[in-house]
Design a protein around this ligand. Sequence first.
Ligand SMILES: CC(C)(COP(=O)(O)OP(=O)(O)OC[C@H]1O[C@@H](n2cnc3c(N)ncnc32)[C@H](O)[C@@H]1OP(=O)(O)O)[C@@H](O)C(=O)NCCC(=O)NCCS
Length: 188
Amino acid sequence: MAKTSKRDVKKTLTATEEVTEFVGNDLDSLCEATVEAIVDGHGFNWLKPPARTTLEAFWRGVLLIPERTLFVARLDGRIVGTVQLVRPARNNEQGAFSAEIATFFIAPWARGHGLARSLLKDAERKARAEGFTTLEVNIRSDRKPAIALAEASGFTRWATKERYARVDGVYLAGHYFVKYLDKAAPAL
Ligand SMILES: CC(C)(COP(=O)(O)OP(=O)(O)OC[C@H]1O[C@@H](n2cnc3c(N)ncnc32)[C@H](O)[C@@H]1OP(=O)(O)O)[C@@H](O)C(=O)NCCC(=O)NCCS
């Protein structure tokens, strides 16, 4: 029986990577992870899961938008989460230095493996490589793990919007974070 080193096992179990196309059951697992994240706590703007065709169109659309790069997290090969690096629109010349993090989630059952940290690192590395000096993310105030991760990764909270989201008729605040890539060390 082939001997598997600890390093090989880790590589087999968890990985994050940029994707430019969906292969095999990628789109299926991505849609399932999205639904699970939405049901768990209103994932990235949706309050309840949209129709499967809407979700599939959404993710296919992401791959078509030149300003967006999609990174996925995999557990045993299956997509369990994502982050997008979103660049400013081309006509936004004065804001061309600043990129944003979006659709950042890990399916509830796949959390705690370091995948979110790795996704964030991937997105930050790409932003640095493309010369962006500012990386921004906004996070709903009740998303404590995400806030903890952003702060641990060198993001600074610069503003809070009182009416960031409305869930079941209740307004929830949202925090705005920034990381100046030309002044901060790369995320560990
Ligand atoms: C935030 C989220 C992506 C973290 O996913 P994850 O894969 O469990 O995170 P990781 O295992 O990579 O953990 C990285 C860090 O996140 C923070 N974190 C993760 N889970 C946490 C928890 N339950 N409580 C506090 N901090 C937590 C910690 O700083 C952790 O680092 P540590 O393990 O060294 O303490 C996940 O909880 C999620 O999808 N939440 C819902 C969606 C969301 O809030 N998205 C952010 C919108 S921008």
